[in-house]
Ligand binder design. Structure first.
Ligand SMILES: CSCCC(=O)C(=O)COP(=O)(O)O
Ligand SMILES: [Zn+2]
Length: 213
């Protein structure tokens, strides 16, 4: 006979601790790539059906400690009163709500994502002909045309999330906030990092191509 026990507080704490270890490690890897200068960027991973683990606001994402990872509900409110989650928490929550298979969301401020989106007012970056597009689920050939959406930056997260929401009708592989940075997601923290790495590679290629023109 199999007895299934409901997850108690100790187990819930274990999940947060495990997510915290993963996010601390991935923050260091993002920092090594130059994607989280100063206190830029925010990182999250799904904890339970109703909550995520996310970085505190204002800490350096390359030098995180486990205590810098806190748990918030999908409406963005912290489970522990007084915790101050990332200023961009609502954007993470939106991805988890709209895409149930997503287990992690990473946001960074790379030079490529920032500079490329300030070069013009385009609402998207066309990615076509790149072999690395096959790093994304459902793409089997370089002969694929992807448009990575670009949204104008906004300090009002509710308004920004509302501007982004229609894009989830046909979910993109990520998106960029103009002059700000990139959002990427994946099934778990490691695969999310791969997707971010692929997107950063593509944006760097696009920057290089513009320089060569
Ligand atoms: C100095 S970066 C400005 C805020 C930002 O865009 C960011 O990604 C970090 O904000 P958080 O509140 O998550 O620390
Ligand atoms: Zn940011």
């Amino acid at each position: 006979m199999t007895v299934t026990l409901a997850a108690g507080p100790a187990e819930a704490g274990d999940v947060l601790a495990s997510r915290a270890r993963e996010l601390v490690a991935i923050g260091a890897r993002m920092d090594a790539r130059g994607w989280v200068p100063a206190s830029a960027g925010n990182l999250s991973a799904r904890c339970t059906a109703d909550s995520i683990a996310i970085t505190r606001s204002g800490v350096h994402k390359g030098r995180l400690e486990a205590a810098d990872i806190i748990e918030v509900r999908l409406d963005g409110t912290p489970l522990r009163a007084g915790d101050r989650p990332s200023a961009e928490t609502l954007l993470h929550c939106q991805v988890y709500e709209r895409l149930p298979a997503v287990g992690a969301v990473l946001h960074g401020h790379s030079v490529a994502a920032t500079a490329l989106t300030l070069a013009d007012n385009s609402p998207g970056i066309v990615l076509e002909g790149y072999e690395i597009l096959k790093a994304f689920p459902g793409i089997a050939t370089h002969e694929t045309r992807i448009v990575l959406p670009v949204f104008d930056n906004d300090q009002d997260m509710r308004r920004l999330a509302a501007a982004i929401a229609p894009a989830f009708a046909a979910p993109p592989i990520g998106y960029v906030l103009r002059g700000h940075g990139i959002y990427a997601w994946g099934e778990d923290v490691e695969r999310c990092f791969w997707r971010l790495e692929a997107l950063e590679f593509l944006l760097s290629c696009e920057c290089e191509r513009r320089r060569m023109r």
